[in-house]
Ligand binder design. Sequence first.
Ligand code: SF4
Length: 195
Amino acid sequence: MPDDNLRIGVFVCECGVNIAATVDCDEATEFSKGLPGVVFAIKNKYTCSEPGQQEIKKMIVEHKLNKVVIASCTPRMHEPTFRHCVSEAGLNPYLMEMANIREQCSWVHSADKKRTTEKAKDIIKAAVARVRNLESQTEIEVPVTQRALVIGGGVAGMQEALDLADTGYPVYLVEKSPTIGGKMAQLDKVYPSMD
Ligand code: SF4
């Protein structure tokens, strides 16, 4: 997408005090407004809440946003939430990027609010840079062969093969050397049992 057509919206979440206590969210929001391609930025108290999500949808429509950055928590927690949210406003769900300013910032740096805020700004800046290059994606379904191939017959590979076999799938274990066991096969005792 040419830069002229970029209309990125940034939503900075306070997460109550989880983020706001150690990140100056007003400053981070103002900073976001100056990033290339950003046409809108706002702070929310709880972005994942129903009112928070309604606001995202409303702003996408009102400001004709075509890409979105949510500066909040880990994608592991709410990426599906926000993908669904932006798609309800008509945006491709893969044009949304999360900036983790909680687990990777406010929760691990509580001593110095100024420096924590600077780090949050850097994380948001990186997310905006990434979202600029994201393209729409289409989810497809492909048939899956219900068998597993484990490459490497060291301890990890053997354990993985056993775990997969326990779930009922046929497993093929491939090892390039004549014996399995990897480095473990060269040891005569292992800590802590010394077996
Ligand atoms: S989106 Fe994440 S950081 Fe924001 S309120 Fe919800 S849980 Fe907290």
